[in-house]
Design a protein around this ligand. Structure first.
Ligand code: GLY
Length: 379
């Protein structure tokens, strides 16, 4: 690209590519910098679009944004399928939340009662209703609920589709790392580098490790169940995400660590919980065990908007457990901000300035905040 781009996006995960696509589709000249597109948290993610079952106590603002993005997903998916010309496994069978033992069910029920109290669509089921929906569930599963609006998508195929759509709209991918923001020459720079954003911006984004397994149904058949299943099993929390082509994604640990090692203990706990809930999974092939680093923030909510003290720099990171679900709303609102210069009111609770008092002090006199050793591994 010979002329100065309008927008440089740092990070080619779903959030960065979604922003790049939306900006390029509005006629802007866009470059996306990433040494390894799609190799971050999204490569490991299960792809649950779960605004209801992941509405947790004390996360009211975040729950609102999850709901808003879930409402945008069908339109976003239809536009993306047309723009990219590929399927990315968007499935709408809904999610079952189940408890194996009486204690597990009590824990599940406490959360879904809270979610019901917020007016979110989740409905308790009798055990017989649960098994009618999913005969593969173990007979000893004590009960559960259905969240019919909690869907799923395949994150790896989503990233490929977003990349294709962005490139078809005219965006250019530049394979390389951005070490400091002054290395980027564009009218607007959008930092969408997951937990790597910490080193570029000084914002408090930390890696939160998640270990995830991928199983495959015998003979490459389809899995024995079709809903996403989120379960509590003897105190372990696990989710099972069935894909059309036989894959089942099984996750995930939530660890305050920055390494990507896979541990025997985590694999054991995930498999034991999964097989307790769906016994047939013991017959599946174990085809992948991996760990990814979610970009976590102090309040578990994303950081979206202008970086204080850095005119022309926007941030879209900190999506923690919800990067795939939040891709449409993030892409739409950040592209709108780039194009119009005006922040949608939906962005207000997620503005970077809620964290920048400390960052500004650390940044004084420096262009780049030196990363900690943990941040350096977080790409
Ligand atoms: N949203 C699922 C996870 O982060 O494990």
């Amino acid at each position: 690209m010979l002329t100065r781009p309008d927008v440089a996006v740092v990070g080619a995960g779903p959030v960065g590519l979604g922003i790049a696509w939306r900006c390029a589709a509005r006629g802007l000249r866009v470059v996306v910098h990433d040494p390894a597109p799609g190799s971050g948290a999204s490569h490991v993610a299960a792809g649950m679009l779960s605004p209801v079952a992941e509405a947790y106590f004390g996360e009211h603002e975040l729950t609102g944004l999850l709901t808003e993005s879930a409402a945008r997903w069908p339109g976003f998916a239809a536009e993306l399928a047309e723009a990219a010309g590929t399927d990315f496994g968007h499935r709408t069978e809904g999610t079952l939340v189940v408890g194996l033992t009486g204690d597990d069910l009590a824990e599940a029920r406490r959360l879904w009662s809270y979610q019901q109290g917020l007016g979110l669509p989740i409905t308790p089921l009798r055990p017989s209703e649960l098994r009618d929906r999913e005969p593969a569930l173990a007979p000893r599963v004590r009960g559960g609920a259905v969240a019919p609006g909690d869907h799923q998508v395949d994150p790896r195929r989503l990233v490929a589709a977003l990349r294709a759509a962005a490139e078809r709209a005219g965006a250019t991918l530049v394979p390389g790392a951005v070490a400091r923001l002054t290395d980027v020459d564009a009218r607007v720079t959008v930092v969408a580098a997951g937990c790597g954003a910490a080193a570029l911006t000084g914002l408090p984004v930390r890696p939160v490790k998640g270990q995830v397994l991928r199983l495959r149904a015998p003979g490459r058949g389809t899995p024995d169940f079709r809903h996403v299943i989120r379960g509590y099993a003897d105190g372990e929390s696990v989710y099972l995400v069935p894909r059309a082509h036989g894959e089942v994604v099984l996750g995930a640990t939530v660890e305050e660590r920055a390494d990507t090692e896979v541990t025997a203990g985590a694999v054991l706990r995930l498999l034991r919980a999964a097989v307790d809930l769906v016994p047939d999974l013991a017959e599946y092939d174990l085809v992948e065990a991996a760990a990814g680093l979610r970009p976590g923030t102090p309040d578990n909510a994303p950081i979206l908007g202008p970086l204080p003290g850095r005119p022309g720099v926007l941030v879209a990171t900190g999506h923690h457990r919800h990067g795939i679900l939040l891709t449409p709303v993030t892409a739409d609102l950040i592209a709108e901000l780039v194009v119009t210069g005006t922040a949608d009111p939906l962005l207000a609770p997620f503005a970077p300035d809620r964290f920048t008092a400390g960052a500004a002090a650390r940044a004084a006199g420096r262009d780049r905040i030196a990363p900690t050793p943990e941040e350096e591994t977080c790409n």
